[in-house]
Ligand binder design. Sequence first.
Ligand code: FPP
Length: 253
Amino acid sequence: MEATAELEAKVKQRPLPRHLGIIMDGNGRWAESKGRPRLEGHREGSTSVREITRCARRLGIKALTLYAFSAQNWSRPSEEVAGLMELLREYLFKERREILDNGIRLHAIGDLDKLPGLVRDPLDELRDVSADNRDMVLTLALSYGGREELLQAAKGLAEMMLRGEVTGHPTEAQFESLLWTQGLPPVDLIIRTSGEHRVSNFLLWQGAYAEYVFVDTLWPDFRAPQLLDALQVYQARERRFGLTGEQVKAAAS
Ligand code: FPP
């Protein structure tokens, strides 16, 4: 394997996703394969969160969205949910300094009202104090579901139409302004770890023209070298957005 610094420099020279989304999967299997409790997989996974955020920041990726807890994850065993909430709290305290020192704006999407105060309070505080940072936006998808997001946007739009604030046919832009991701750039690349080839309710609207890269590595083992490999796969793709290959080449020349 090429040395990470060299590979990083090489990857940096080619077009990078402006917005990268990651479905962090495989924490449980990582722990089980080592005969350890599932929560230890999540804990090691939060080290990957730190490393991947650092690497993305170094590369100059402007937006990183991590699927940390889905709307459906509330149905997991209560000890696992409680453990994940504790880990999130710990992460928000431990990473506070690094986030602020590196110009990162912390953001969150999802049904945040469902989060317990022990997560919601430090989350709100860090979102507030980092609000003016501009180098990168790190979005945690928490209690997040794409269908849930679309449904609340549809309800919002219906209410606006009833109030006469939207007349005629609603536009894509009006609908997008009601999504939780409002203000974030379009997602260019979505990586899913752990060998599963599913979208699992992540960024359903936003992923319409995203490139997907599925890797076998379990999330706790997914670090800078694995991210750089996935970015190279992305860089070798031709994005066509519904056009022909000839049209794309003509537009680029
Ligand atoms: C999926 O693996 C992962 C999750 C449901 C939680 C993701 C949480 C973290 C990476 C750590 C905490 C997050 C932050 C932002 C500090 P899984 O449990 O479904 O794995 P399995 O499919 O192998 O069982």
